[in-house]
Design a protein around this ligand. Structure first.
Ligand code: HEM
Length: 220
């Protein structure tokens, strides 16, 4: 019973994680329109918003998936700690190098991602698209202007790049630990691991390129 429910929790984490990865992938695709200039980027955002209240449905769904993913991850972590019990201290001393380091930062990277996603949504998704933050050279450039003005600031850029790298790390090690505990055949485990590594790299390079591009473009 215990192991069954434990497997179920891991499956929930894996499935919701997969859905979140799908969102991140489409979000990256949409954000890359920034390279096509304000017209294309804003018309993409406009198309999204033109569905009106219908947009609330996928956003609510995304939020629920996010909450379920975090809740079940916490449950799995608590279960693992309980299962390891007194051996935890010993195994932490014994494990050397990357794996234990990566594992031990998972709760912190998870927390940082959580806080930053909330900040990011308030900052971009709830921003007044015709407010003062959207102005460039005395004219409103909508969401493009907001993103552009935000990424002009190097501190802001570093916070974003840091967040994106943490997200990449979180994804790699999350997938790695799930694969290890889910009983996949070694061949499949290594294929899944390779795909997740490449995806994380693509995500880090793709998302980070935006603040770097804006920063370079906004230099006098
Ligand atoms: C350079 C990187 C990024 C840029 C420029 C960016 C840009 C944006 C913008 C402009 C919005 C508002 C969209 C709208 O209201 O139409 C938004 C929303 C959002 N972003 Fe990002 N984003 C970035 C990275 C990320 C990452 C790495 C995540 C991963 C978790 C993320 C998660 C979200 C979520 C959950 C929303 C709210 C849902 C939505 O409006 O689609 N963003 N982002």
């Amino acid at each position: 019973m215990f192991s069954n429910s434990s497997i179920f929790k891991k499956q929930v984490v894996a499935f919701t994680g997969l859905l979140l990865i799908f969102f991140i992938f489409t979000h990256l695709g949409g954000n890359l329109f920034i390279y096509a200039g304000p017209g294309v980027f804003n018309s993409y955002a406009h198309k999204l918003h033109s569905v009106g209240p219908l947009l609330l449905l996928p956003r609510t769904l995304l939020f629920i998936i996010f909450v379920i993913h975090i809740t079940f991850t916490c449950l799995v972590v608590i279960e693992n700690i309980k299962a390891r019990g007194g051996h935890k201290r010993y195994s932490m001393q014994k494990s050397v190098g990357n794996r234990s380091m990566a594992e031990s930062i998972m709760p912190y990277s998870g927390l940082y991602i959580f806080v930053f996603v909330i900040f990011h949504i308030i900052d971009f998704a709830f921003a007044n698209q015709h407010g003062v933050r959207s102005f460039l050279h005395g004219r409103s450039y909508g969401l493009y202007g907001i993103v552009f003005n935000s990424f002009k600031d190097p501190v802001y850029d570093l916070l974003y790049i840091f967040f994106i790298c943490f997200l990449g790390l979180h994804l790699c090690h999350g997938v790695q630990s799930l694969v290890q505990t889910s009983g996949f055949r070694p061949k499949w485990a290594s294929v899944i691991k390779m795909i997740s590594d490449y995806f994380a790299l693509l995500m880090i390079l793709g998302f980070s390129s935006i603040p770097i591009y804006v920063y370079i473009l906004s230099r006098p």
